[in-house]
Design a protein. Structure first.
Length: 297
């Protein structure tokens, strides 16, 4: 079943590339699984095909599902090999160089780090010095929220919308959510809440379509233990003579609201400092950008 789903997703992707290439415009090569993720349609295809917001969200959900299944089927070494095969991004520059922000873009939420996304800075393919070994680390936590947000990942929602958390909190303070067991707000209540949000967020350049897209991405069953959409990070500790001398991030994951705790099996006494990056790309928003030794000077 897994292989059938993956085959369907990749077949759909290549077919879409072929159709859109008939207008004579050069199309970028499809990215491989892992690293930048699976895309069922090439960039810009949603506009070319006039997809609805619901269709776009369904495709994104399928991309996340297929990517997770691919990474379960492949070995860690194969996943790393596929990441290394990822095509060079358009506009020049290597995968380790951050892209400049679009000119004139305002309201972008600030990141806790100026480093490029962790997936672009992974160095696990490099030859290590003699006596140094890699040990996979264990991440825990990293999904805590401010008590005033009642479990909502406001820091992620705000970053995806391109506003500061306090701006979204202020906008949401005038929304009246449906009560427990009510089955959700009525149509009139939903329209009223949307009007309240747009009245506050529209002045910051947030469109109704973008608000719907972000809200749908981070929506999860209220009162449950389920989290919003997220992808765990992956990293290794560099160990020499039983001591940690550094860390390598191989996959930044996404969906972290706070810095997760890092532990290394069999090794103690090396607290790590984790840097989280936030931005408008929801599948990179809240990613682990870097891990350093907490006591490093």
């Amino acid at each position: 079943m897994k292989r059938n789903l993956i085959a369907f997703a990749l077949t759909l992707h290549f077919a879409a590339c072929a159709v859109l290439a008939q207008d004579g415009k050069p199309q970028p090569p499809p990215p491989p699984p892992g690293g930048g993720g699976i895309r069922l349609l090439p960039r810009g295809a949603d506009k070319e095909l006039n997809l609805t917001a619901e269709q776009s969200q369904q495709l994104k959900d399928l991309e996340v599902e297929v990517k997770a299944k691919v990474e379960k089927i492949l070995t860690p070494a194969q996943v790393e090999q596929l990441r290394a095969m990822r095509p060079q991004p358009p506009g020049g520059g290597s995968r380790g160089e951050p892209r400049p922000a679009p000119a004139g873009e305002k309201g972008e939420a600030k990141s806790t780090t100026t480093r490029p996304p962790a997936e672009a800075t992974a160095e696990s393919g490099k030859t290590l010095p003699a006596g140094v070994t890699r040990v996979p680390v264990v991440f825990s936590g990293g999904h805590e929220t401010d008590p005033v947000d009642h479990g909502r990942p406001v820091v992620l929602v705000a970053a995806a919308l391109g506003v500061k958390p306090e701006v979204f909190r202020d906008a949401f303070s005038n929304v009246h959510p449906a009560g427990p067991g009510s089955g959700g707000p009525s149509d009139s209540e939903a329209r009223a809440n949307k009007a309240v949000l747009m009245n506050a967020l529209g002045k910051h350049g947030v469109s109704n379509e973008r608000l719907n897209e972000v809200s749908n991405f981070y929506r999860y069953p209220p009162g449950s233990r389920n989290l919003w959409k997220n992808q765990p990070a992956a990293a290794s500790a560099l160990v020499k003579d039983g001591a940690i001398i550094g860390y390598e991030v191989t996959s930044g994951g996404y969906g972290y609201t706070t810095s997760p705790t890092v532990t290394v099996p069999g090794i103690t006494g090396a607290p790590a400092k984790v840097e989280i990056a936030y931005g408008k790309d929801m599948e990179a928003n809240g990613s682990v950008a870097a891990i350093t030794l907490a006591n490093a000077q």
